[in-house]
Design a protein around this ligand. Structure first.
Ligand code: GRG
Length: 303
């Protein structure tokens, strides 16, 4: 299928989400054996709280598009990224960061269980994510070199050169006097790195060529930034009730794409990035109505 007009993204995402939920269930079964009793329920609640599950969906999709034989293990690999994502949301909501009350339509972990439990539950998910990736890599039968590359990819994207570093810069935004270019860099690290790694991990696991991995990185770079610009727009234009989370950045008077460029211009920039992402895929020879439609969805989403 090459024509996006005939591609039903909603149906695709619905079915993929069901696979991701099953994989999350498998992962929690494993985690339950090791987590202290007091952390097992908060971790389970946060992991199973819903959400778009975009990162594991992207990982499994790219694995298939690059020639991998789709099965549970591809989703298990994607779950490693979702575990990092879940910890990041839990910690981002803490009083020392965004102090948010609502996430995915429910009270945040620290609102239910207290701050100490939310810190510990989040921390427990970090090594759990690497172990999850290792189990998935084994199931997928990846060789040592590819396995190492995948683990390096995940940990670099989650770490100081990626998400953690981006969040740090974001928290320091006032002192750093962020302009448009610096903000772009923060967004690329804070949000773009993990989204990009979802694609790259799927590609690596399927032994994609270097050209394809480069194309996936470029696609991820464009959609990652478009995703965060759209988040800034939704923060400004939607209510907590509609978003299921606190539109915090605007309220905290943080520098955002909208505060620098306004809503209209930010929308235009996000749409341009979405077009760029589609073009990059074409150039890299990756034929995927799903990825094309996801690039569009990322800037048109309401959640
Ligand atoms: C100690 C400095 C330091 C950092 C710790 C907290 C943290 C690490 C990082 C925060 C990263 C973060 C929350 C980035 C925002 C990414 C983002 C746009 C999240 C929303 O993603 P969606 O829309 O959420 O995919 P759902 O709920 O659908 O999964």
């Amino acid at each position: 299928m090459t024509d996006n007009a005939y591609f039903d993204l909603e149906d695709f995402l619905f079915k993929e989400r069901a696979e991701v939920e099953k994989a999350l269930g498998r992962s929690l079964k494993y985690l339950d054996r090791y987590l202290p009793v007091g952390l097992a329920k908060p971790v389970r609640d946060a992991v199973m709280a819903g959400g778009k599950r975009l990162r594991p969906i992207l990982c499994a999709l790219v694995y298939r598009k690059c020639g991998g034989q789709i099965g549970p293990a591809a989703y298990d690999l994607g779950v490693s990224i979702e575990l990092i994502h879940t910890y990041s949301l839990m910690h981002d909501d803490l009083p020392c960061m965004d102090d948010a009350q609502l996430r995915r339509g429910s009270p945040t972990t620290h609102k239910i269980y207290g701050e100490e439990i939310a810190v510990r539950a989040g921390l427990a998910l970090i090594p759990a994510a690497s172990l999850q990736a290792i189990r998935a890599i084994r199931e997928l039968g990846c060789d040592e070199k590819i396995s190492q590359s995948i683990l390096i990819e995940l940990n670099c994207a989650a770490g100081a050169g990626g998400m953690v570093g981006g969040q740090y810069l974001d928290l320091m935004a006032e002192d750093l006097m962020l302009d448009s270019d610096k903000l772009k860099n923060v967004h690329r690290m804070k949000t773009g790195a993990l989204l990009t790694t979802s694609l790259v991990m799927g590609g690596l696991a399927a032994y994609a060529s270097e050209d394809k991995i480069t194309g996936l990185k470029k696609y991820g770079r464009a959609v990652g930034l478009a995703f965060q610009i759209t988040d800034d727009i939704l923060d400004e234009t939607s209510s907590s009730k509609d978003l299921g989370k606190n539109p915090s950045d605007g309220l905290l008077d943080k520098v955002t794409y909208v505060s620098i460029h306004g809503v209209e211009e930010s929308m235009r920039m996000a749409r341009d990035l979405s077009d760029e992402a589609v073009g990059v895929l074409r150039e890299a020879g990756i034929e995927s109505p799903e990825l094309n439609a996801i690039a569009r969805y990322i800037v048109e989403r309401k959640l």
